[in-house]
Design a protein around this ligand. Structure first.
Ligand SMILES: C[S@@+](CC[C@H](N)C(=O)[O-])C[C@H]1O[C@@H](n2cnc3c(N)ncnc32)[C@H](O)[C@@H]1O
Length: 211
């Protein structure tokens, strides 16, 4: 069956400001999980597998940045990880996340701006499906580095197919490596993240250790 566009997703892609994006996700929140599940979303499985390979159980304070409905932290919580703290732009998405009882705290914050956390507050920053054109911008990574402890991990995804917009995320991660702010530990091969959705969209999941 041919992929047909989802008008809620198109509204997200069309957003030109934090406010428009927040409204688009608020509007999508109640059917978001159902829609991305119908696209065959792979990110929760790949993200959780990578996380479980690199993060020891039980000792980490975890920031889920762009937590959405909690779809990516849920499998980790079920496996026994604890101490999740979620932030997201959309109060609608945060409401769904709250109903899942995964998080010790949930706050509305915009990635791309200074986060309301102290330096080195987290052992792990986990951000899956959020840093991409139409969502949080590349310089969100700077704040991930600031709020994650030296020696801590930043596990995140972005688009792995390269075009004018997606390359900005790769340029930024390379700049942080050149500045010795972090070092790469692992990256997955690129994969089609929504096999029943837009086949052109590939993601990869990255693990960086903060210096
Ligand atoms: C594609 S969803 C993935 C969410 C989540 N990881 C999940 O699957 O449930 C992207 C999420 O990022 C949030 N988001 C987009 N831009 C953001 C920004 N600048 N700051 C904070 N959150 C943002 C959206 O509100 C949405 O919940």
């Amino acid at each position: 069956m041919a992929y047909s566009k989802n008008n809620k997703l198109e509204k997200v892609y069309a957003a030109r400001s934090h406010e428009e994006r927040r409204d688009a996700y608020d509007d999508w929140s109640t059917t978001y999980d159902q829609d991305v599940t119908s696209f065959g979303i792979q990110l929760p499985y790949v993200g959780a597998s990578v996380f479980a390979r690199y993060v020891k159980m039980g000792e980490s304070r975890i920031l889920d940045a762009g937590c959405g409905t909690g779809m990516h932290s849920l499998p980790l919580k079920l496996m026994g990880y604890t101490n999740f703290h979620g932030i997201d732009l959309s109060s609608g998405m945060l409401e769904i996340a709250k109903s899942r009882h995964i998080y010790d705290s949930l706050k509305q914050m915009a990635l791309g701006e200074r986060l309301d956390f102290a330096d080195d507050e987290f052992d792990v920053t986990y951000s899956i499906g959020c840093l991409a054109p139409g969502n949080a911008p590349p310089h969100s990574l700077d704040e991930f580095v600031r709020v994650t402890k030296p020696g801590g991990l930043i596990i995140w995804s972005t688009h792995a197919h390269i075009n004018e917009q997606t390359q900005l995320f790769h340029k930024h991660r390379d700049a942080l490596t050149r500045a010795r702010d972090w070092e790469i530990e692992f990256e997955t091969a690129p994969f089609v993240s929504m096999p029943n959705g837009d086949q052109n969209i590939k993601h990869a999941v990255y693990v960086y250790r903060v210096n």
